[in-house]
Write a protein that binds this ligand. Structure first.
Ligand SMILES: Nc1ncnc2c1ncn2[C@@H]1O[C@H](COP(=O)(O)OP(=O)(O)O)[C@@H](O)[C@H]1O
Ligand SMILES: Cc1ncc(COP(=O)(O)OP(=O)(O)O)c(N)n1
Length: 274
């Protein structure tokens, strides 16, 4: 069984972070390991506390995984501060881990900050150059590029700017767009190759953890040796099912349903090159 790693924060509410990643890995038949960078007190209503894990312990977790597992692909999620980002980058290089998906988690849906403001530059300088794919949502793509995304042209410009960091590919997720009918995710690589996957927008507030789940699915598919096109398609189908059958659990934004992809037939996505 392929072994994968998530380096991210814990969500006590179980819908995002490490918990979403491990559930997704399990559903997609890869063996999930984890390095926990921060512990959030969180539920469907929001984040009430964030406790960074001491750097020494993060290093010990990275070593414990690196010394014993063959990591076929990995993802990063909530990294919280610059020191953690630099340490994570150091160990990714040390263990020569390939197929890195960087989900540049910055702000939770409820508005809580999951990355210190001054850590953004560290992310761009130290982690993005190692990334196979960076998966910002629209506000994150704007923050990383300094470009306001209002249409397809500015989305592409923002993606091009992010690629200047040295990442091999960037996938701008469309969950935050104002389109009432569709969500469109846009992939662009260093060679100008691009792909857009569009799906119908599901009218639900239960979307807690969509970005974590999507990037974990990409990681699992890369570990199995799939190309970016194949991995992107599976991840989009996985998240579409998970949102379509999302769970009305808790009083706020409920979690997505990680087992839905296994149980429900896949609807066709609209796919085109841009
Ligand atoms: N209401 C929705 N209906 C269908 N797909 C959605 C919906 N909201 C988000 N998505 C999809 O979920 C994935 C995560 O996107 P997004 O919500 O933008 O990320 P994040 O959780 O990081 O903010 C993307 O593939 C996006 O298109
Ligand atoms: C611990 C932790 N990590 C990441 C997130 C953000 O998750 P995301 O998938 O972007 O979903 P929302 O929080 O925006 O619903 C998180 N909340 N907690």
């Amino acid at each position: 069984m392929k072994q994968v790693l998530t380096i991210a924060g814990s969500d006590s509410g179980g819908g995002a972070g490490i918990q979403a990643d491990i559930k997704t890995f399990q559903e997609l038949d890869v063996f999930g390991t984890s390095v926990i960078t921060a512990v959030t007190a969180q539920n469907t209503l929001g984040v009430t506390d964030v406790a960074p894990v001491p750097l020494h312990n993060i290093e010990k977790q990275l070593q414990a995984v690196g010394e014993d597992f063959e990591i076929a692909a990995l993802k990063t999620g909530m990294l919280f501060d610059a020191e953690t980002i630099q340490t994570v980058a150091k160990y990714i290089k040390h263990y020569k881990w390939q197929h890195l998906i960087v989900d540049p988690v910055m702000i939770a849906k409820g508005g809580a900050s999951l990355l210190q403001e001054e850590a953004k530059d560290s992310l761009i300088e130290h982690l993005l150059p190692l990334a196979t794919v960076v998966t910002p949502n629209i506000p994150e793509a704007e923050a990383l590029s300094g470009i306001s995304i209002t249409d397809e042209k500015t989305r592409r410009e923002a993606a091009e700017k992010i690629l200047q960091s040295g990442a091999q590919g960037v996938l701008v997720k469309g969950g935050h767009s104002e389109d009432p009918d569709f969500t469109e995710d846009f992939y662009l690589d260093q060679h100008g190759g691009s792909l857009v996957l569009r799906s119908s927008r599901i009218p639900t507030k239960h979307t807690h953890g969509t970005g974590c789940t999507f990037s974990a699915a990409l990681t699992a598919e890369f570990a199995k040796g799939h190309s970016i096109e194949e991995a992107f398609l599976t991840a989009k189908q996985f998240i579409q099912s998970a949102i379509e059958h999302s769970l009305n659990i808790g009083a706020g934004h409920g979690p997505t349903n990680h087992s839905a992809y296994r149980h429900h037939a896949q609807k066709e996505l609209i796919r085109y090159v841009h």
